[in-house]
Design a protein around this ligand. Structure first.
Ligand code: EPZ
Length: 420
């Protein structure tokens, strides 16, 4: 297992420019959407993160060929040679479940391992399955696999019981080739969902209401190839905004979409950071020494993103007062708290709430990364903890951040990756 070592410093002020990579959560569904056509997709601004390579391995097992040159990924599923997403792959990346809809729509069959739980909760896929059944798929669950079959999917009116990013993406893709019209209600409105719908339209899908809670899709016989720019990663951007606020630094973030960051920017400004929009793709964050406590409640977009909860919690350990963080999306997304306690934070978890008492000086320690965003929060804490922090299991981090230690080093952090 690889480790990252940070020499923290209370007085550290990160300064300089950082280029934000393409969004992991936007590129994964875009790659999977290539299953819907026998023509080629070109995806620009593709981030070189572990989950992309895992998804490409899965796609190749299904029959796709792909090539990543610089940040341009070309991928084509000319012929599907297998409808099976194995447990080996699915357990390493839950987003593999996204192949269910496209395989059913294009191939008429899908065999996908049940993803199981993970560090941030039980993460069921009942809404994906219920939606596919509404489109006429017959589904059996046995031996830890979902087997779904449908000679041809038929359009239906589907109401999601709760907002689900993956569920919306899966059903959107399936509906593009279904017979007749599908109406999806209570859809997730995350930018990654919108971007995938825009790609489907470029491929020839007939979709009305992109970005709304109600989306209408009229099925077509086939889809074609397309070229698509992957949107910037708003969670990576949010992580660097917090890094600037936390260290009282001055960081310019390039290649961001400020429109995707409203809830994060608002909370950071109220807590004392100064964030200015330099231009349509550039933000500048200047931290301030006196961080004010803020209560946050995570919620579906455009609310405060659950993927930023752990990072913001670190900022609140340095606020002058008490903050209450309420996690409403996942049932167990506080695994970073125990590790932050090892660094000296004062946090008490009670159900879906974490009460964070600040200002608490942190001191370096050896800690364990448990999931992707928890890993990011430990890096942020290590930057300002006095002394050395070593983070184990950084493979989690590599799933969604492209060379984060290099980016932080260029901003003045004393951080290095320790090979095994
Ligand atoms: C996506 O996960 C993201 N992953 C997650 O980012 C993100 O945290 C999440 O959306 C919420 O924004 C990708 O896009 C690859 P959901 P997803 O379906 O689609 C429940 C990261 O760090 N639910 O919106 O799996 C579910 O348990 C990752 O980049 C059901 O009950 O999330 C959760 O409580 C972590 N039944 C809530 O809905 C279902 O069938 C939202 O989940 C599906 C979901």
């Amino acid at each position: 297992m690889e480790k990252i070592r940070i020499l923290g410093d209370h007085a550290l002020q990160l300064r300089g420019k950082v280029r934000i990579s393409g969004s992991k959560n936007a590129v994964l569904p875009a790659i999977v959407a290539s299953l819907l056509t026998e023509e080629r997709l070109w995806l620009q601004n593709t981030p070189r993160v572990k989950d992309v390579f895992t998804t490409l391995t899965l796609m190749e097992e299904l029959g796709a060929d792909s090539e990543l040159k610089e940040d341009i990924l070309s991928i084509r599923s000319k012929k599907i040679i297998s409808p099976e997403a194995s447990y080996e792959l699915v357990r390493s990346m839950r987003a593999s479940i996204l192949v269910l809809g496209p395989l059913l729509a294009r191939y008429g069959k899908a065999i996908v391992a049940l993803p199981g739980g993970c560090a941030i909760g039980s993460r069921p896929i009942d809404l994906h399955i219920a939606g596919m059944q509404r489109l006429g798929a017959s589904i059996t669950l046995e031996h830890g696999y979902i087997t779904a079959e449908a000679s041809r999917l038929r359009g239906a009116d589907i109401q999601f019981e709760k907002k689900t990013v993956g569920g919306t993406e899966n059903l959107l893709m399936a509906a593009t080739l279904a017979q007749g019209e599908t109406v999806l209600r209570n859809c997730a409105q995350e930018p990654e969902v919108v971007s995938m719908a825009e790609l489907l339209v470029k491929m020839g899908a007939r979709i009305d209401g992109v970005g709304d809670e109600v989306i209408r899709i009229r099925g077509v016989k086939e889809l074609g190839g397309a070229t698509h720019e992957i949107i910037p990663d708003r969670i990576e951007a949010g992580t660097f905004l917090v890094a600037g606020a936390l260290t009282g630094g001055d960081i310019t973030l390039e290649k961001v979409d400020p429109g995707h960051l409203t809830a994060i920017v608002e909370k950071l400004c109220v807590s004392g950071a100064n964030i200015e929009k330099v231009d349509d793709s550039t933000l500048r964050v200047i931290g301030c020494p006196d961080i004010k406590p803020q209560d946050i409640t995570t919620s579906p977009y455009p609310g405060f993103p659950t993927d930023m909860q752990a990072q913001f919690m670190v900022l609140m350990t340095q606020a002058s007062g008490t903050s209450i963080i309420t996690e409403t999306i996942f049932d167990r997304r506080f695994s970073h708290v125990n590790e932050l306690l090892r660094l000296g934070a004062n946090i008490e978890v009670n159900g879906d709430k974490a009460v964070v008492k600040g200002k608490t000086p942190l001191s370096g320690a050896e800690v364990m990364a448990t999931d992707l965003r928890a890993s990011a929060s430990l890096i942020l804490a290590g930057l300002i903890a006095r002394g050395e922090t070593v983070i184990n299991d950084v493979e989690h981090l590599d799933r969604g951040y492209e060379k984060i230690e290099d980016k932080l080093k260029r901003l003045g952090a004393s951080i290095e990756r320790l090979k095994k």
